[in-house]
Design a protein around this ligand. Structure first.
Ligand SMILES: Cc1cc2nc3c(=O)[nH]c(=O)nc-3n(C[C@H](O)[C@H](O)[C@H](O)COP(=O)(O)OP(=O)(O)OC[C@H]3O[C@@H](n4cnc5c(N)ncnc54)[C@H](O)[C@@H]3O)c2cc1C
Length: 407
């Protein structure tokens, strides 16, 4: 299927992959629904544990958020480590820290399977306001003192080391974060999964009832409501858009340390360089499912605000995708009978989805201790039922976006 939203830099530079057809026999121990990071990671980890696995992908591997995202590998969750400790106490927060900050499963997979996906180290969180910077500094101190997790607090005057933009009031550089080519990571995981015995079926929109498996893993994120309407109540899909410029002669001057950057606005700007020196820039959300007629024109002003020096740069690619967002911005992970699920990573899934997939495999094999750390995160459905859920969630998001603009 052609997808008007996927004129992406990633699709244009994807590693070789020929479409996978039907499985001759549908019977298996584990059926995985969804070929993004979560499903691929779970399928691979289940096969490594000796289960027979079939992964069904409605379109093609990496069709969803996993093949379209900003490629920013940001340790942690949407809540800070100290927010988690305040809410859940030190012990639970410590277990979450070990899984979500300390243990970088993406790096481990890339190294183990030799996945060529332009992995680079370094992530900068850039403060929009002085108050944001003060909060970032407090959090960096907390991470260092409580967990021995070392980041670098960057004063406003020193931001030029990392970024040639006048906008920011300081930031925190995390050498443990980074960025990558997400679609090529997904395709690399898919190849590793096949090598471990997973049968991949593309172009098949699976329904839970039709699957002949002992266990099912629902990894359909923004589409989960189509597969299991009840789980669909826990997320709303928010559209987010990206552009890639033509290769820039001054790319290294824009981001001298080649870090990925995300800023602290509610509707954030996030950007990084590609391996061939384009600026990949994400900015602006839309609360309607209909994409802007001209995605490049929609995103360009956000880029021009951050980097006026390339306001008129040529834009070669523009694309978008749906971010599955939960009420509290924490992922919703769990088990219902023989169905495991993980969704709603709320724009913070590039790193943690691989972990979530591996923890599902661990739980399915009988050791649920680490899975339960994520599964015990609180979650509640959006209010409003099928028709009102999206408008009500949209109103809430518009409120925060407006607060952002008013400063
Ligand atoms: C534009 C954008 C930018 C983002 N930027 C970042 C970022 O920089 N950093 C970050 O950490 N996170 C980012 N995210 C979020 C991150 O990409 C996601 O959290 C993550 O990729 C979710 O992975 P997933 O495997 O759970 O879901 P997906 O990758 O969406 O995979 C779900 C798959 O299920 C398939 N499917 C749906 N229904 C069925 C069915 N019935 N049968 C079979 N298959 C089905 C879909 O086709 C899809 O391929 C971004 C998201 C978007 C959209």
């Amino acid at each position: 299927m052609t997808d008007p939203l996927n004129n992406s830099y990633y699709a244009a530079t994807a590693a070789g992959w020929r479409p996978r057809g039907e499985a001759l026999d549908d019977r298996c121990d584990v059926a995985v629904v969804g070929g993004g990071f979560t499903g691929l990671s779970a399928a691979l980890a289940c096969a490594e544990r000796g289960f027979s696995v079939i992964l069904y992908e409605a379109e093609r591997i990496g069709f969803g958020a996993s093949g379209r995202n900003g490629g920013q590998l940001i340790p942690g969750l949407r809540w800070t480590a100290s927010e988690l400790a305040d809410e859940f106490g030190n012990e639970r927060a410590g277990a979450l820290f070990d899984l979500c900050w300390r243990d970088n499963r993406v790096k481990a997979r890339i190294a183990k399977h030799g996945i060529a996906c332009d992995l680079k180290a370094g992530h900068l969180e850039a403060a929009w306001t002085p108050a944001d910077f003060a909060a970032m500094r407090r959090e960096a101190d907390y991470l260092g003192q409580r967990h021995g997790y070392v980041t670098d607090v960057v004063e406003k005057a020193d931001m030029g080391v990392h970024i040639a933009s006048p906008l920011y009031n300081g930031g925190v550089y995390d050498p443990q974060g980074g960025h990558f080519h997400p679609l090529n990571y997904a395709l690399g995981l898919a190849k590793a999964a096949e090598a471990a015995g997973v049968r991949i079926v593309e172009g098949r929109r699976a329904s839970i009832d039709s699957l002949k498996a002992r266990y099912i893993i629902d990894a359909t994120d923004s589409w989960i409501g189509e597969v299991e309407p009840d789980l669909g109540r826990y997320t709303v899909p928010i559209m987010n858009y990206n552009i890639a410029t033509a290769p820039l002669a001054n790319a290294d001057a824009l981001l001298p340390t080649d870090a990925a950057v995300a800023d602290s606005r509610f509707v954030l700007n996030y950007f990084r360089l590609s391996a061939d020196k384009r600026l990949i820039f994400g900015g602006g959300e839309r609360y309607s499912q209909t994409p802007p007629r001209d995605i490049a024109a929609f995103v360009r002003p956000f880029m021009a605000e951050v980097f006026p020096q390339i306001a008129n740069a040529e834009i070669d690619y523009a694309w978008g995708g749906a971010v599955g967002v939960t009420m509290n911005r924490l992922p919703h992970i769990g088990r219902r009978g023989n169905v495991f699920f993980a969704h709603g990573f709320s724009g913070h899934g590039a790193l943690i989805t691989t972990t979530a997939g591996e923890l599902i495999a661990e739980a399915l094999a009988g050791t649920a201790e680490r899975f339960d750390v994520l599964a015990s995160l609180p979650s509640r459905p959006f209010p409003g039922g099928e028709w009102l859920r999206r408008p009500l969630a949209t109103l809430g998001l518009l409120y925060y976006a407006l607060k952002d603009r008013l400063g």
